[in-house]
Design a protein around this ligand. Structure first.
Ligand code: ADP
Ligand code: MG
Ligand code: ZN
Length: 501
C-alpha cells in the first residue's frame, strides 16, 4: 500500500482569496476619510457608525460600488442586478459592531475569469465571486516588562473592502504568483488599489491541497494567512505542496488547518485546526436595502474601462513584434507601457524606422530598468523622457555612438537629465564614429599590410575579417563597428575593382 502511494504522482490544487481595500475618499458605510493606516495617527478617522455606536445607520458608498464593478467587469464576471448585504457575526476586539457587513449568499458578481500566461501556455483561471464588505480595525499587541496589552486603531474599520475568490484552478506556486501579479496589475490599472502587499491594502490567502494526478476530487486544504509579499506567497505555496505530498507519501493524512508563514525559517506554522466550518450566523443586514445595480450604470462603467494588461499584452506582441515575455514585462505597469509606446512614437517621428520596437523594449527592460532599480526611482520620476531615450537610440542606429557608449550616455542622462546629443558632444564621444577619422584609420591599416591586401584582392575573402580586427585594434575598440565595416568594405571593393581593370 505504502509502496503504491510512493509511486503515485501528485498534482497541487490551489485557490486564492484576495482582499483589496478600495481607495475611495470615504469609508464604505460612513463619511469618515480613508487614511493610510500605516502612517496616520490612530483613531483620527472614526465616527459613531464605524465605531459601532448604537442607533446609527450605515449608508452605502456609491463610489465603492463603482470601483467594485470596475474590478468585476475587468474579471469578466456576471453582475448581479440585486445583491444583498449580510451581517457576518463574530467577536473580536478589532470589530466594534460584533459583526462585519459583507455580501454572502447574493454577491455583487460571479463567474468571471482571468487568463494568465504560463510555461504551458495560456491558462484561464475561473473567478468564483467578487463581493463587497468592510475592513476591520487594526490591533497592535504590546509586550512590555510585566505587562501585555493590545491597542485598537479603528482608522481602518469600515474601509471598503473587495473580496475576490478564485476557483481552485491553479496548479503550481509559480502559477499562483503569476495570477496574483496579474490581479495586482489589474487593480492598479483600474486605479482602485495600490497593490501594496507590505501595507496590507491587498492581502492574498492561498488555499492549498494535493491529490493524485488524474483525480478530480479535492484533497484536504490548508489556508495560509498573513502573507505580505509575492515572494512569501510563492514560497509558502511551494512549501505546502511539498509538505502535503510528503505527508501523503508517508501514509498520513493532511489535516485541514490555517497556517502562518515564517519568512526566516521558510516554513508554515500552525495557527488553528479547522474541525468544522465557522458558524457566522449570517442574516441579511436589516439596516441596508438590497443593492440594485442598473444595467445602464454597468454599461457606462464597462465602456470607461482602460485597455487592460491582458489585451495590451496581445496588442504589443502583434503590433510591435515583441515576445510574450517582453510584452508581459512592459504591460505589468501602465506607466511603463505608456512610456514604451511614447518612445516608439517619438522614434517613428525622428527616424525612418531604423530602430525596431524590439530594440526599444530591450533598452527599457535591460538598461533603463537597471538604472531605476539601482537608484530606486520609478519610471514616472526618471529624468529620461521617452523622447530623450528615442534620441539616444537614433544616435546608435546612425552609427554616431556604439552600444557601450550609449549605455554610458544613458547613465549620464539619468543622473543629469541632459539630452543625449549634448552629453555626446561634451564628452567627445562622436569622434569614435566620425567617418573621416575612421576613413583615415582604415587607410592606415590597408597601407601597413600590403601582402594581406594583395591576397584579399586575389580572392581570399577571409582576409577582410582580419583587416577589420586590425582597424578595431588600432582604434582601441572605440570605433563604431558598423561604420568601420562600411568603410572597410568600401575601400576593399574599390581595390578589387581597380585590380580587375
Ligand atoms: P472559505 O475559506 O471562506 O471557507 P471557500 O470554501 O469558498 O471559502 O474557499 C476559499 C478558497 O479556497 C477558494 O479560492 C477555493 O477555490 C479554494 N479551495 C476550496 N477548496 C479547496 C481545496 N480542497 N484545495 C484547494 N483550494 C480550495
Ligand atoms: Mg477562507
Ligand atoms: Zn466613520
Amino acid at each position: 500500500m505504502e509502496f503504491q502511494i510512493y509511486l503515485m504522482e501528485f498534482e497541487s490544487v490551489i485557490g486564492l482569496e484576495v482582499h483589496a481595500e478600495l481607495e475611495t475618499k470615504s469609508k464604505m458605510f460612513c463619511s469618515c476619510s480613508v487614511v493610510d493606516s500605516t502612517i496616520a495617527e490612530p483613531n483620527i478617522a472614526v465616527c459613531p457608525v464605524c465605531t459601532g455606536m448604537p442607533g446609527v445607520l450605515p449608508v452605502v458608498n456609491q463610489r465603492a460600488v463603482e470601483y467594485a464593478l470596475r474590478v468585476a467587469l475587468a474579471l469578466e464576471c456576471e453582475i448581479a442586478h440585486t445583491s444583498i448585504f449580510a451581517r457576518k457575526n463574530y467577536f473580536y476586539p478589532d470589530l466594534p459592531k460584533g459583526y462585519q457587513i459583507s455580501q454572502y449568499e447574493q454577491p455583487l458578481a460571479r463567474n468571471g475569469h482571468l487568463t494568465i500566461q504560463t510555461k504551458k501556455g495560456e491558462r484561464k483561471i475561473r473567478i468564483r465571486r467578487v463581493h463587497l464588505e468592510e475592513d476591520t480595525g487594526k490591533l497592535t499587541h504590546v509586550h512590555q516588562d510585566e505587562e501585555s496589552y493590545s491597542l485598537v486603531d479603528l482608522n481602518r474599520a469600515g474601509v471598503p473592502l473587495l473580496e475576490i475568490v478564485s476557483e481552485p484552478d491553479l496548479r503550481s506556486a509559480e502559477e499562483v504568483r503569476t495570477f496574483a501579479n496579474n490581479l495586482r496589475s489589474i487593480l492598479r490599472y483600474l486605479k482602485v488599489n495600490s497593490g501594496d502587499l507590505e501595507k496590507g491594502v491587498m492581502r492574498i490567502e492561498p488555499n492549498i491541497s494535493v491529490r493524485p494526478l488524474g483525480s478530480d476530487e479535492l484533497g484536504t486544504r490548508v489556508e495560509v494567512k498573513n502573507l505580505n509579499s509575492f515572494r512569501a506567497l510563492e514560497r509558502s505555496v511551494a512549501y505546502e505542496i511539498k509538505r502535503q505530498t510528503r505527508e501523503i507519501q508517508q501514509g498520513k493524512s493532511v489535516i485541514q488547518q490555517t497556517v502562518g508563514w515564517d519568512e526566516n525559517l521558510g516554513v508554515t506554522v500552525l495557527q488553528r485546526i479547522k474541525e468544522e466550518e465557522d458558524d457566522y450566523r449570517y442574516f441579511p443586514e436589516p439596516d441596508l436595502p438590497p443593492l440594485v445595480i442598473e444595467p445602464e450604470w454597468v454599461a457606462s462603467i464597462r465602456s470607461a474601462l482602460p485597455e487592460l494588461p491582458g489585451a495590451k499584452l496581445h496588442r504589443f506582441t502583434q503590433e510591435y513584434g515583441l515576445s510574450e515575455y517582453d510584452a508581459g514585462v512592459l504591460v505589468a505597469e501602465q506607466a511603463v507601457a505608456d512610456y514604451y509606446e511614447e518612445a516608439v512614437a517619438a522614434l517613428a517621428e525622428i527616424s525612418r524606422e531604423e530602430v525596431r520596437p524590439k530594440t526599444i523594449a530591450n533598452w527599457i527592460i535591460g538598461e533603463l530598468f537597471g538604472l531605476l532599480n539601482q537608484y530606486n526611482v520609478s519610471i514616472e520620476q526618471t529624468r529620461i523622457t521617452p523622447q530623450g531615450l528615442a534620441s539616444l537610440l537614433l544616435l546608435v542606429s546612425q552609427g554616431e555612438i556604439n552600444q557601450n557608449t550609449a549605455k554610458a550616455v544613458l547613465a549620464e542622462m539619468f543622473s543629469t537629465g541632459k539630452p543625449a546629443d549634448e552629453i555626446v558632444a561634451a564628452r567627445g564621444f562622436t569622434q569614435i564614429s566620425d567617418s573621416e577619422f575612421i576613413t583615415e584609420l582604415v587607410n592606415q591599416v590597408i597601407s601597413a599590410n600590403p601582402d594581406q591586401v594583395e591576397e584579399y584582392v586575389h580572392g581570399k575573402d577571409s582576409i577582410a575579417r582580419w583587416l577589420f580586427g586590425q582597424v578595431m585594434r588600432s582604434a582601441k575598440g572605440q570605433a563604431n563597428p558598423q561604420v568601420v565595416q562600411r568603410e572597410l568594405d568600401r575601400q576593399l571593393s574599390a581595390l578589387r575593382q581597380t585590380d580587375g581593370q
